[in-house]
Ligand binder design. Structure first.
Ligand code: T5A
Length: 205
């Protein structure tokens, strides 16, 4: 039986997820909540190996279905060996990205059939779903400009602007489909403005 809460944070590149994760962990900690931070793809030893395959530019080509299946393979390991045991232990889990990324990147971005993603989700997750998803929204060009100084791009970051605009639209349409779970956060202004909105939705949880 699940005792802790499962929170996910999602959005396009440069939306500010990593920046806000620090705040969320400290805020929950200040409330006496033990929070386990994890990420996708990855989060487990096997998942991190799959992440390397997925994001490395040494991977010269990958069929879109393979990309989707690898995301869900890593997720299956993640849920069963890390997330669910932590929740059952009474901890809260914060995941940097989760299944909404697959709908946005492989669905809206790559153009894979949403129904097939839903079938995989049903198979791997059954009815398991985050208690709350923080969707950090930023115009794609602004997000890109924030991460540009990092230099070398990973395999997915090499996609063009049209791809990321489809990803962003995919996220927004998911937030409209699941308004109770997915909280749309405007992350286009300064860091403090984003943090204030996140604090308000965490308080509601
Ligand atoms: N993926 C993942 C899929 O395709 N399908 C899936 O199912 C899953 C799970 C993973 C990749 O995998 C793909 C999606 C991704 O392409 P990742 O590790 O999650 O990648 O990394 P990114 O999304 O690339 O993370 P980024 O680091 O690019 O973005 P963040 O974490 O959102 O941004 P952050 O916090 O590092 O901020 C970037 C810069 O902006 C500044 C920060 O200080 C930092 O310098 N910043 C702001 N500046 C001004 N105002 C604000 N409000 C700011 N917020 C942050």
């Amino acid at each position: 039986m699940q005792k802790g809460k499962f929170i996910t944070i999602d959005g396009v590149e440069g939306a500010g997820k990593s920046t806000q994760i620090d705040f969320i962990c400290n805020y929950l900690d200040s409330k006496g909540i033990n929070v386990i931070l994890t990420r996708e793809p990855g989060g487990t030893e096997l998942g991190e190996k799959i992440r390397d395959i997925l994001l490395s530019t040494d991977t010269k080509s990958m069929h879109a279905d393979t990309e989707l299946l690898l995301m869900f393979a890593a997720r299956n390991e993640h849920i069963n060996t890390k997330i669910v045991p932590a929740l059952e232990n009474g901890d809260w889990v914060l995941s940097d990205r989760f299944t909404d990324s697959s709908y946005a990147y492989q669905g809206a971005g790559r153009g894979l059939d949403i129904e097939r993603i839903a079938q995989l989700e049903k198979w791997v997750l059954q009815d398991f779903t985050p208690d709350m998803t923080l969707l950090l929204d930023v115009p794609v060009e602004l997000g890109m400009s924030r991460v540009e100084s990092r230099g070398k791009k990973d395999r997915i970051e090499l996609e063009n602007i049209e791809f990321f605009n489809r990803v962003r639209d995919g996220y927004i349409s998911r937030s409209r489909k699941f308004p109770n779970r997915i909280k749309l956060i405007d992350s286009a202004k300064n860091i403090e403005h984003t943090t204030e909105q996140i604090k308000a939705v965490l308080d509601s949880l």
